[in-house]
Design a binder for this molecule. Structure first.
Ligand code: GLU
Length: 257
């Protein structure tokens, strides 16, 4: 199974912006095992800005562009250092790809990106994609990695996109506020009723939230790719996912309706 796994900042770091070692170790172990079993994972990883915040001891996520870009420059190194170290333990080779929305809008650059992705998979490497935050301003950015994950899933003709989040899936109400909120296991289509269930922004260090996830479901769905939202604290769920057991919320892509 070719599976794009989007890892949110809240999965990788503590609220301090420092690495969540236990979580990252678990995740890299499971992804390595999926590769060993013959699956083709591609990671879309956030965390550059969050880790830069931690490493530079900034008081919180910066709001001005130069500090954000500086934090991303520091954090992206740290991120890849950690992935390289973790995946090397299981003899896997990581590859970094940094993109902006502008790159994806240009046919030739998008084609180059796709060629590189396919070649990396043929070579057995593990592509790890992020937005090129050090140069991406609002005008040229994809803006959030849920959307980037969906675009990457479409480019690489993935079977599935998994968004690892700090929430178990889409609920009938905000589970942080409403104890009666119920997890929705399958969404056939992102209707206005489903849109109405998405609240505001997610964590303090990340960018996404349920709205960007629903947008990702629409982009992935239009490309015929199923999408699952599940909780990043349980990377073992990825085993269930590749074996077809229900996990989190499944958004059906147009191929599979
Ligand atoms: N590219 C951003 C980062 O690495 C994350 C964007 C997002 O969280 O959606 O910090």
């Amino acid at each position: 199974m070719r599976i794009v796994i989007k890892i949110g900042t809240s999965t990788l770091t503590h609220k301090t912006g420092h690495l969540n070692i236990r979580q990252v170790e678990k995740l890299c172990k499971v992804v390595s095992d999926l590769k060993n079993a013959g699956h083709e994972p591609v990671l879309v990883s956030s965390g550059a800005i969050g880790m830069g915040v931690g490493k530079l001891s900034l008081p919180g996520r910066p709001s001005d562009m130069p500090t954000k870009q500086a934090a991303a420059a520091v954090g992206q190194c740290e991120l890849m250092y950690i992935y390289d170290k973790q995946f090397s333990e299981y003899n896997h080779v990581v590859a970094q790809i940094l993109l902006t929305g502008d790159d994806l809008d240009h046919e030739d650059r998008r084609q180059n990106f796709e060629n590189t992705l396919f070649r990396l998979l043929e070579l057995g490497a593990l592509p790890i994609v992020n937005e090129n935050d050090t140069i991406a301003t609002h005008e040229i950015a994809v803006g959030d990695n849920d959307t980037l994950g969906a675009i990457v899933a479409a480019c690489v003709r993935a079977d599935l996109l998994v968004l690892l989040s700090d929430i178990d899936g889409l609920y009938t109400a905000d589970p942080r506020k409403d104890v009666g909120a119920k997890l929705i296991p399958v969404v056939e289509e992102v209707t206005p009723e489903i849109q109405a269930l998405a609240g505001g922004k997610g964590s303090a260090l990340g960018t996404g939230g349920m709205q960007t996830k629903l947008r990702a479901a629409e982009i992935a769905g239009a490309a015929g790719v199923d999408m699952i939202i599940t909780n990043g604290t349980r990377p073992e769920d990825l085993y269930d996912i590749v074996e077809g057991r229900p996990v989190g919320t499944l958004f059906k892509g147009s191929k599979n309706k």
